[in-house]
Write a protein that binds this ligand. Sequence first.
Ligand code: GLA
Length: 345
Amino acid sequence: MSAQKEPFGQTTDGRQIDLYTLTNTNGLRARITNYGAILVSLEVPDRDGNLGDITLGFDALDGYLGEHPYFGATVGRYANRIGKARFVLNGVEYKLAANNDENHLHGGVKGFDKVVWKLEDLKSESNKAVVKLSYISEDGEEGYPGNLACSVTYTLTKDDELQFSYEAQTDKTTVINLTNHSYWNLAGQGDILGHELTLNAEKYTVVDAGLIPTGENQSVKDTPMDFTLPMSIGSRIEQVEGGYDHNYVLNSGDGSLALAAKVYEPTSGRVMEIYTTEPGIQFYTGNFLDGSLTGKAGKIYNKHYGFCLETQHFPDSPNKPEFPPVVLLPGQKYSTETAHKFYTR
Ligand code: GLA
């Protein structure tokens, strides 16, 4: 196991950015930067033992400093959408940036994906390699109340798991929903329509035209939304207007670390399982990728060339009292866990 640090460049205002490389004894390699606490790459073997990078992104920091759709990013203070970019807490209305038509998306104009995180810990032990990054989001940042001290810890284990742990504390009542926005492609190239997906979810949150939940949770049964049994992503995608971009209600939902999703890619044999303590998972099929971005090794990212499975609380929960709560009180500790397990078959 090893954990190493090297320079990755500078921000436009001259701040030093680093790249951390976690490697395990089977050769799995995760690279993370303190810019946006972004997962830059994850290399895992295929069934013949050949390593391949299974995430979308860029070779150099410059790509991440420019416009891009949250490749690999840590997203906060509130991942996903908040309707009409406002919510009320204790009778006070908080107004957020409307950066997705009239709605708020992924923490605002300058979310956690675009800030410089501080290195707290970088270490390797006999069974894991770890990098811990922290960030203090000030009271009023992007419209949110409370100074929020948060951290994300990436742990690569000797058993081929990449774990994401999030922690936070606030000094004023606030809302929080942290996730990772990696785009996966287990073949390492081409579109993701042939990947087989299983989701441990019998329901999803129905959304309006702006992708804000209506409050209704609908059964997936007998619809193209059903992934309770393995199904290729592309088999029914044409029947879903715009492609998949939906929050699934996980069956577990009791806060324990439970299996949420499993993805198998037949040509490489790679399998990815996702375990989470979160109640929901956003399944997004890269519908807005349009070939305008050139990523790693000159690859053009066309529509459906990557998919996201963002473990999370439900979109617009601050305005939906019926959804699992996202309020964090002073003195409380926010703590969530997601783990991606890799193997081949
Ligand atoms: C999320 C959203 C999508 C889209 C992408 C970023 O996953 O659900 O609608 O905004 O982020 O392009």
